[in-house]
Design a binder for this molecule. Structure first.
Ligand code: DX5
Ligand code: ZN
Length: 234
């Protein structure tokens, strides 16, 4: 269930893997909207993360919806490795697909909600002819591949422009931000127009804090962002 209209996706890669069962039940109690799975191939991004074996085991042990973030070159090759439960998102990178339109249409056919992710260097003009095919656009606020990086500040302007574009053409799509979604950055991200937050080591899984403590701070940062946004509108 979203918090004041803002949806929250918890980055599985940033969880405490030694206490994953316990953390999954706390995330359920906190009513986190999605489990965000960062799938990496060591080619599109230099690192590797988890694959279907681990993902499916986690899925069998929770009812939280999935939000796949696929950092894989030519991702069409792996679509069928994941199960599309109703409501789950499957987001692929603009930069990784040779036939982006075909791939997005295919995701819808497979019953996923198609999503598109843009790296910091990718402009919005690139997606003009596919925007109608997607249910969510994720703006990477850092270059993908690693946790714990610093925000690329120009990306905030991209969120603002995407929000203006969406409001102008009235598309029903979510605007997500991923990377360094921290308590300091969340208010600016929400004021810029984000309505979905991917939270990892900066905004939820923070050393020395329990998940419940971090979640309270996260809610406070969202409140601050919504007030900033309202003040901008007036
Ligand atoms: C970055 C990943 C993010 C990451 C965000 O490539 O896509 O999902 O886990 O976490 P932090 O807060 O560490 O930037
Ligand atoms: Zn991600």
């Amino acid at each position: 269930m979203s918090y004041k209209g803002i949806e929250i996706a918890a980055s599985v890669m940033c969880m405490d893997w030694l206490c994953i069962g316990e953390q999954l039940s706390t995330l359920k109690q906190l009513k986190i909207d999605y489990l965000h799975f960062d799938i990496m191939d060591g080619v599109f991004v230099p690192t590797l993360s988890i694959g279907p074996l681990v993902v499916n085991q986690i899925r069998e042990n929770t009812t939280i919806l999935c939000d796949y973030h696929i950092m894989v070159e030519e991702p069409r090759r792996i679509f069928e490795q994941y199960t599309a439960e109703e409501g789950s998102y499957f987001s692929i990178h603009y930069e990784a697909c040779r036939n982006l339109h075909r791939d997005l249409v295919m995701l819808r056919k497979l019953n996923f909600r198609p999503g598109l992710v843009l790296n910091p260097a990718t402009t919005l003009e690139n997606i003009e002819y596919v925007i109608e095919e997607v249910d969510k656009i994720t703006i990477m606020m850092v270059n993908p591949g690693y946790v714990g990086q610093k925000l690329v500040p120009q990306t905030l302007d991209k969120v603002r422009k995407l929000r203006e574009w969406r409001d102008r053409v009235k598309y029903q799509l979510k605007i997500a931000v991923d990377g360094n979604v921290s308590f300091d950055n969340i208010p600016k991200m929400i004021a810029a127009g984000a309505d979905t937050l991917v939270v990892g080591t900066s905004g939820l899984f923070i050393k020395g804090y329990s998940l419940k403590e971090s979640y309270q701070q996260l809610q406070a940062a969202i409140d601050e962002g919504l007030t900033m946004k309202e003040n901008c509108a007036n």
